[in-house]
Design a protein around this ligand. Structure first.
Ligand code: XMP
Length: 504
């Protein structure tokens, strides 16, 4: 096990993730006492980055005894400076701060940099730097503006790096983690199956015979969270799946089919007509969103009232959500995107978030371990208000059907061509535009469908994907032939910004 001591840096869970990628179990802790550190019996310790300055009086520093435990210690950025400071080196403000991609050169022999290119790009983000290394340390890397970009004491297996090996921009980062894991002598036998087994065991111990409620959206995160809880508590878990009638074609049936195989109580609420009634005559996007969100809560509230008090409410929060909502208390009370506001009225004692420390691709892996099918674990993001925000203008049952059918054809053709793996999100939307067409010998006056496909990693900005023309043309052809009421298909080539990914 490798212990990560957290000093508040931005990339700290990424460090844990890199260790997991080396198949080593890892725990992240803040401000642990020496007694607790010893009790964890780590095979190695990593000190993370952080926003403080080691030479300021109130800065958080690691206990000096960790360097005498006889296990390798890797200090990263602030962690490197803390190591130097605690062991008698000198840290001071850098004359030139480095930020971003920086060329780093390995100098001298280093165990940590074994097999690492002599010169490579690394990610830097610091305003202080190590000026003098502690006794017994040698300098092992430099950059143009940072003469001590890395240092180590090979005899004591202590390693300090000013740059961030955990960030993907550090080209040799993975090799550095692999070397550190080797230096720690870890067995590399941790798998996602171990995460699943440990989490199930811990959930069992924590929840016991308590009652658990889960709002299941059918998305990856809530599905994996539900599957974990099902393994842990079986029928003490109740999953409520609200079908607001604005899901994609066959989606509700698919979700039901998957979860009916799990050991849990599955409650599906068919609320399509109720939502359509509320949306009748409403054209303004924000009002539509608000109505869908509020109605969702109302439906869930009614079900929750019937179920009565529960001990735990499950949320599928994953690590990127934790970062977005700010670390600390705010993260704990974060409501799931798709079920915003649930904690306000459900009668429960505590929230459980079993995926809190995982990244999206790790959640997908855990889902596979739990036996969820690919169409669930690989599902692309789908907004809580569903097709309600992919139908411009008033939402009606007919329009929902048009967009569902067109979207299903588009997804089928994209998948058949094998381009789906490259796309972050792709879907059909119904424009509120009708135009003239000709079909057979007759004039038509029908709707236009817009196709969208975007490339993005963070969904904050996105670019339109260049879908091969033959895929688009085949899709367009099929849509106008198979979906009655559509006579034109348009492709959206706008980036975000200025457009957004969704149409409303
Ligand atoms: P936009 O349209 O803002 O979308 O560029 C960015 C990402 O967020 C998703 N999205 C939502 N997800 N509830 C959600 O759960 C919502 O109300 C919502 N609105 C947008 C969208 O699908 C895209 O992935």
């Amino acid at each position: 096990m490798i212990l990560v001591l957290d000093f508040g840096g931005q990339y700290n869970q990424l460090i844990a993730r890199r260790v997991r990628e080396e198949h080593v179990y890892c725990e992240v802790h803040t401000a642990l006492s020496m007694e607790k550190i010893r009790a964890l019996r780590p095979e190695g310790i990593i000190l993370t980055g952080g926003p403080q300055s080691v030479y300021k009086a109130d800065s958080l520093l690691p206990p000096a005894e960790i360097f005498n435990l006889g296990v390798p210690v890797l200090g990263i950025c602030y962690g490197a400076q803390a190591m130097a400071h605690v062991l008698g080196g000198n840290v001071a403000p850098a004359q030139i701060s480095e930020y971003g991609k920086t060329e780093v050169e390995v100098i001298g022999a280093s165990e940590l940099f074994k097999g690492v290119e002599k010169k490579s790009v690394a990610w830097m983000s610091h305003t202080d730097r190590i000026v003098d290394v502690p006794e017994g340390f040698i300098v092992t890397a430099q950059s143009r503006d940072c003469p001590i970009a890395a240092a180590e004491n090979p005899a004591r297996k202590l390693y300090a790096v000013q740059f961030h090996p955990e960030v993907v921009h550090t080209v040799e980062g993975r090799k550095i983690f692999a070397n550190f894991v080797d230096l720690c002598g870890c067995a590399r036998d941790w798998q996602m199956s171990s995460f699943v087994a440990d989490t199930v065991k811990n959930l069992k111990a924590k929840i016991g015979g308590g009652k658990v409620l889960c709002a299941l959206s059918g998305g990856v995160d809530s599905s994996v969270a539900a599957a974990l809880l099902s393994k842990a508590v079986g029928k003490n878990l109740t999953c409520v799946f609200v079908d607001h009638g604005l899901l994609r074609k066959n989606e509700a049936a698919e979700v039901e089919a998957v979860f009916s195989r799990f050991d849990l109580n599955f409650i599906k609420i068919d609320a399509g007509e109720r939502f359509l009634g509320k949306l009748s005559g409403v054209v303004e996007p924000e009002r539509k969103r608000k109505i869908i969100g509020e109605e969702f809560i109302r439906v869930f509230e009614e079900v929750a009232r019937q179920i009565g008090a529960v001990d735990y409410l499950v949320q599928g929060t994953i690590y990127p959500d934790v970062i977005e909502s700010g670390l600390g208390k705010s993260a704990v009370i974060k409501s799931h995107h798709n079920v915003g506001g649930l904690p306000d009225f459900v009668d429960f004692k505590e929230i459980v978030e079993p995926l809190r420390l995982l990244f999206k691709d790790e959640v997908r892996q855990a889902g596979r371990e739990l036996g969820l099918p690919e169409h669930i674990v690989n599902r692309q993001p789908f907004p809580g208000p569903g097709l309600g925000i992919r139908i411009i203008g008033e939402v009606t049952a007919e329009k929902v059907k048009l967009v569902q059918d067109a979207d299903a054809i588009y997804r089928e053709e994209v998948a058949r061509a094998g381009v789906d793996k490259d796309l972050a999100q792709y879907f059909a939307a119904l424009t509120n535009m009708r135009s003239v067409g000709v079909m057979g010998d007759g004039r038509t006056y029908d709707y236009a469908i817009a196709l969208r496909a975007v490339l993005t990693s963070d969904f904050m900005t996105a670019e339109a994907a260049q879908i091969p023309w033959d895929v688009l043309s085949r899709t367009a052809n099929r849509i106008v032939n198979e979906v009655k009421g559509v006579n034109r298909v348009l492709y959206d080539c706008t980036s975000k910004p200025p457009a957004t990914i969704e149409f409303e």
